[in-house]
Design a protein around this ligand. Structure first.
Ligand code: PEP
Ligand code: MN
Length: 338
């Protein structure tokens, strides 16, 4: 931690700051410039709370040196991590596409969706059984029955399943149904109790970015999961809220290289919830792969017009298959495969 003293800080104020550093068991390194005194605290920074120093007389500002996210940081793990979902690697050379409807509706819809996922060449299937809807009167998902339909349809093609956990009380059920990847939705990115609980289980977790979360808040949210022992975390950029109203959210493409630099964990992109319109999905998906995403989470419905949820943004099975072809070309151009 670095403590910059105010211009005319007195010797007594400087000594007071040093006293606090020593009290915490750290050592000080004092740099005296012509006008400013800067004090470095040497040792385990976690023992110091910047807020306690900011209020000391004569202190101008306090800056942490070490990153607060440790387990998820690339500093502690320079090589990229590959997360395996029933043998399917996420984060390696191959880009993985997870396809499926926004919500699980009926066994027939799920059977057709699963067939569409396989035909397009995707290796994993999504489907929401518990839906976080803005209106309490909107379809909330089929609940446990939805898990049943998802598992049944995906199981016939041996596709691992990805589905959202909203409430910690359903975690045991998710374990019983052997959900392959637990999705933590944007609205729950900072539901710290939920993060702690999924941190205790041995299941890959897709952590979606909060609607207005900074990269640092997102990394800290992942650290909550990792701190519990579960290091199988996949970041998912799904668009952030800005002043723009022409589309549902703004896909933050910049977040992809930034996150890849900050963390060793895989980063995937959800172009569906970013654009909010099916016709935008191919362009955003292509941009994501070009920018280094390790995978995509794409909404596809056998009959988009009839979807019970997010009908506007769902691709038809044929559109997903077509998109996969263009993604394969882009993946090849950036040294990856699909
Ligand atoms: C979803 O993937 O179905 C979903 C609700 O996404 P988000 O949490 O990103 O809004
Ligand atoms: Mn959706």
């Amino acid at each position: 931690m670095i403590i910059v003293m105010q211009y005319h800080a007195s010797d007594a104020q400087i000594s007071n700051v040093i006293g606090h550093i020593r009290e915490a068991g750290l050592k000080e390194h004092v740099s005296r410039g012509a006008e400013l005194v800067i004090i470095g605290a040497i040792g385990d920074e976690d023992k110091l709370d910047p807020a306690r120093f900011e209020v000391l007389p004569g202190v101008e500002r306090v800056t942490r040196v070490a990153k607060q996210y440790k387990i998820v940081s690339r500093v502690t793990h320079p090589a990229g991590s590959v997360i395996r979902v029933r043998g399917i690697p996420i984060g390696g050379e191959q880009i993985q596409v997870i396809g499926g409807p926004c919500s699980v509706e009926t066994p027939e819809q799920m059977a057709l969706a699963a067939q569409g996922v396989v035909d397009a060449g995707c290796r994993m299937m999504r489907g929401g059984a518990f839906k976080p809807r803005t209106s309490p009167y909107a379809f909330q998902g089929l609940g446990v029955q939805g898990l049943e339909y998802l598992k049944e349809a995906a199981g016939r093609h041996n596709l691992p399943i990805v589905t959202e956990l909203m409430d910690v009380r359903m975690l045991d059920t998710f374990m019983e149904y052997d959900v392959d990847v637990i999705q933590i939705g944007a609205r729950n990115m900072q539901n710290f109790d939920l993060l702690k609980e999924v941190g205790r289980v041995n299941k890959p977790v897709i952590l979606k970015r909060g609607l207005s979360a900074t990269i640092s808040e997102w990394l800290m949210a992942a650290e909550y999961i990792a701190a519990g022992g579960n290091h199988h975390i996949i970041f998912c950029e799904r668009g952030i809220r800005t002043f723009e109203t022409a589309y549902r959210n703004v896909l933050d493409v910049t977040a992809i290289p930034v996150l890849k630099r900050e963390t060793h964990l895989p980063v995937i992109v959800d172009p569906s919830h970013a654009g909010g319109k099916a016709w935008m999905v191919p362009a955003l998906a292509q941009a994501a792969v070009a920018a280094g995403a390790d995978g995509l989470l794409i909404e596809m419905h056998p009959n988009p017009c009839e979807a019970w949820c997010d009908a506007d943004q769902a691709l038809a099975p044929g559109e997903l298959a077509q998109l996969m072809k263009t993604l394969a070309a882009i993946a090849g151009a950036v040294g990856r495969s699909l």
